[in-house]
Design a protein around this ligand. Sequence first.
Ligand SMILES: Cc1ncc(COP(=O)(O)O)c(C=O)c1O
Length: 447
Amino acid sequence: MNGHVENSFDETNDTSDIDEHSNYVEYTDEVVLDPFCNPEQPVLVNFNDVSAASFKIKGGIEKTPCNFSQMSKQYGMNIYFKKDFLQYTGSFKERGARYTLLQLNEEQAKKGVVAASAGNHALALTYHGHLLNIPVTVVMPIVAPMMKVEACRQYGANVVVFGRDFGETKQYAMLLSKKKGLHYINGYDHPHIVAGQGTMGLEIIDQVPQVDACIVPVGGGGLIAGVAVALKTLKPSIKIIGVESERSTGFQAAMAAGKPVYSHVGQTLADGLAVPVVGVNSLATAKKLIDKVVTVKESSIALAILRLIEQEKAVVEGAGAAGLAAIIQGCLPELKGKNVVVCLCGGNIDTTALGRVIERGLAAEGRLIRFGVTVSDRPGGIAELTKKIADMGVSIKDILHERAWLQTDVFSVMVRCVVETRDLDHAKELERVMRSNYDHVEFWLDQ
Ligand SMILES: Cc1ncc(COP(=O)(O)O)c(C=O)c1O
């Protein structure tokens, strides 16, 4: 057997028919502690750890570009994008994954490792496990995108799809770790993971020595902890700014409480940041090094993804675009005129999700809008409306007319349109023209 076991559980997580000789165990509530993430004894990751990681993973990880962006002028600051979405599996997670695998002793490497992840950590670990010939088992929640589940299988990993939420997925991975003697690798809190993620900080200071501030998306806190250690050690004046989605603010809750606390996470475009309890080691390492954590709206994340596609020709996932979202939303006025590195840390976005995000982004910018106008139902009424729209250079995406529910006279028709405009000013101009030509106009502008 090549260590490739496939199975998927149904939504009830029924494990009763599991073969005792397979790579599965019975699901129970037994508390299994992760010895590397002990809330009583958090580990502080230091600069030596990050340097060691950098030395060890060289050769197996891309040194990704950190380019000056043409968006700089638009936002009044020198923006440099650290493009870690260009790693082989599409995210920075490879840094920590490779380092942690390289730090295993012979016996651990032979037996293999286990992790719980819906995406980037699983991809990174399975890919580097494959390269290093270390068996990897990943437990992925039933909501994990099929594309990512399949990619992990392609790398020859044991993929177990289990758990209606991340809590169940992690519990099952912990049980597997205990019962099968596999080394459990927490994707944002294992000290070697944090050290590995910190290598991004070393590259940043090498590529942009004049950096004044670095903006880092925050999920469980591993990336910001590692990057903060690297950057603040080499340049204490640098500002480290964390970004969370408005739907997952666990790091700010933990900073306020002084320890990781449960914080509800909602559906977010930045699924990589949706962590209900942040890491104990990450928090302990990062809390004194972070200058500020800001919260971004979902619409700003959508807009950031859109701008990155249009202006940078970069496909970046929600979590990876959160840093730019903070700039777009105006959360960081103090950075005007400064040299700012924004970590674009992942690019794994589903194609279908991307389509919806682009539409949300266009709507948030006032470039995709909907409105309704009541026009005459006599011949030529709708033609006159469409001509007015066309004369303004506005493009109709969808049009529909409604007669039955109108309160006005029976010779009127309500026409609903979805249209594309150049920008918000163009959309406002369209609204003005419609209102000056028609008595009944309904306009929905998101702004
Ligand atoms: C693309 C991306 N950005 C940022 C993060 C946040 O990293 P961390 O959980 O180490 O805070 C993740 C986590 O999965 C991610 O996938």
